[in-house]
Design a protein around this ligand. Structure first.
Ligand code: DGL
Length: 262
């Protein structure tokens, strides 16, 4: 029991994994990409709950994980309350759109949240807005198709969708009616931040939650007495789809070099 499990519907959670490995260099990680069943974001709660349970059961059974990071906003909003109830002894960290830091950082008071349709329709997101939007104008932008394009390395599709959704998220700038902060509320989107940034001034702020999630994981491991404080740390990539492809994705998106397993 010396491995931290991290999972996402696909490659998006690799953006969180990078922050986890930087924050916790001594930990062993197993990353599971549920690519055969992705994307989750446009499919509804029952589907996401079923897949989340299947992946977590696998991580517990095969790896005896000592903590779990649900590196997927969509799975967190649909299933984290169930996971916590079903595995009370397992430290579990989830992700939700970084609305609170975005509202705090915005000077114009106009913030856009880009996320999957599932995340934006969830009760958890409604609560997040009620708790943290305050007087800010918060626009929700469901980015249908973008996860699929990223999963497929579809360069033309990524370019077209980034342009379309940034148009919906704007107009950007520093004027009183402009959006100056965009929340990347899906872990896939930081992987295409450069493409998104092409359609905005350089002053636009993007908020993602990889680093705070890594810090929270450290806190939970520490309080559970499970933090590794020596060793080189290892990374195993697994998935329900093609693992060679996953390895290519890890090296393409993040320059990660890894051990893979079926
Ligand atoms: N990466 C995921 C998220 O953070 C989900 C994507 C999907 O499968 O639609 O929401």
């Amino acid at each position: 029991m010396n491995t931290v499990g991290v999972f996402d519907s696909g490659v998006g959670g690799l953006s969180v994994l990078a922050a986890l490995r930087a924050e916790l260099p001594h930990e062993n990680f197993v990353y599971f990409a549920d690519t055969a069943y992705a994307p989750y974001g446009e499919r509804g709660d029952a589907y996401v709950i079923e897949r989340t349970r299947a992946v977590v059961d696998h991580l517990l059974r095969e790896h005896g994980i000592k903590a779990l990071v649900v590196a997927c906003n969509t799975a967190t909003t649909a299933a984290i309350h169930l996971l916590r109830a079903e595995h009370p002894a397992l430290p579990i960290v989830g992700l939700e759109p970084g609305l609170k830091p975005a509202v705090a950082a915005s000077r114009t008071g106009h913030v856009s949240v880009m996320a999957t349709r599932g995340t934006l329709a969830s009760a958890k997101y409604a609560n997040l807005r009620a708790s943290f939007a305050g007087s800010a104008d918060v626009r929700s932008v469901p980015c249908d198709g973008l996860v699929k394009a990223i999963e497929g390395f579809d360069t033309a599709g990524i370019a077209e969708l980034c342009e379309r959704y940034m148009k919906e998220a704007g107009p950007f700038g520093d004027g009183p009616d402009d959006v100056d902060t965009v929340v990347l509320g899906c872990t896939h989107y930081p992987l295409v931040k450069d493409q998104l940034g092409r359609h905005a001034p350089a002053t636009l702020r993007f908020i993602d939650t990889g680093v705070p999630v890594a810090q929270q994981t450290r806190r939970l491991l520490t309080s559970a007495g499970r933090l590794a404080d020596s060793g080189d740390g290892s990374l195993l990539l697994q998935g329900s789809g093609d693992v060679a492809w996953l390895e290519a994705a890890a090296s393409r998106w993040l320059g990660l070099s890894t051990t893979t397993a079926d």
